[in-house]
Write a protein that binds this ligand. Structure first.
Ligand code: F6R
Length: 246
């Protein structure tokens, strides 16, 4: 089942998404959170950090698993997703860094990198709540449009549109990574709950295709139509093409 929650704007979306994550932590203090990077969750993480500072949240027993990481970037590279997570959340709350997992982009051997991350995922016992953003081409994690839904953690060649979207964070285009390690669609679908956050008119078209179009690996997020527990939080702009359906 998919529940759509309409937010007024980006800040409202961030607060509402953070409230759902807080409720998850309150109901299961040792839960496993699946986390995402990108522009969309920055406000959500700021709200979670604020709640932690106010004494409303405790991350002591939380385990986290991030969706993806650029191949070739180590965790201390400022453009790595680990570094993003450290800046936006890990350094701001009392999460145990030994239980805050992000694929290791510095591992050159893809089979080894993916095998290790699959072990991390398996050792946690499974994800309780997976936070997702939505790529303009419908990707979730870095599962790009393709002919199949990849099951498990794998090495992916990033789509040209994804590389140019990511280039905003790099001084030189040549430095923008062209490959990433990502959880597969199977990993995402196995999580008990999914929380997707979307914001802005530039996501309106893909939100409609993902949730009201055909289920196809050409629009990877469309697979979420088959998940039993999905909440999509979007601002009015991101939902502007689906207001007649929800
Ligand atoms: C990031 C990730 C990606 C992003 C997506 C949207 O970990 O897995 O799927 O969620 O590219 O990115 P933004 O939020 O920057 O529009």
């Amino acid at each position: 089942m998919i529940e759509f929650v309409i937010a007024d704007d980006y800040d409202d979306m961030s607060r509402k998404a953070a409230d759902i994550i807080s409720a998850q932590i309150a109901s299961k203090p040792d839960c496993v959170l699946g986390l995402a990077t990108g522009s969309t969750p920055v406000g959500i993480y700021a709200c979670l950090a604020e709640k932690y500072n106010n004494g409303e949240l405790d991350f002591t027993h939380i385990t986290s698993l991030n969706l993806d990481e650029f191949k070739g970037l180590s965790h201390d590279d400022k453009n790595s997703y680990y570094h993003y997570m450290y800046r936006n959340l890990f350094s701001k709350v009392n999460i145990d860094l030994n239980r805050a997992f992000v694929p290791d982009g510095s591992i050159e051997n893809a089979d080894e990198a993916c095998r290790r991350y699959e072990k991390n995922i398996a050792d946690t016992g499974g994800i309780d709540l997976q936070l997702l953003g939505l790529g303009h081409n419908g990707h979730i994690g870095f599962n790009e449009p393709s002919d199949v839904f990849p099951k498990r953690t794998h090495l992916v060649n990033l789509a040209e549109s994804t590389i140019s979207a990511n280039s905003r964070f790099f001084t030189y285009k040549k430095d923008v990574p062209k490959q990433a390690y990502t959880m597969g669609i199977g990993n995402i679908m196995e999580s008990k709950k999914i929380l997707m956050a979307v914001s802005g008119t530039d996501k309106a078209d893909i939100v409609r295709k993902a949730f009201f179009g055909d289920i196809t690996p050409n629009v990877p997020a469309s697979v979420l139509q088959l998940h039993p527990n999905v909440t999509v939080i979007g601002d009015k702009a991101a939902f502007s093409e689906i207001t007649d359906y929800i």
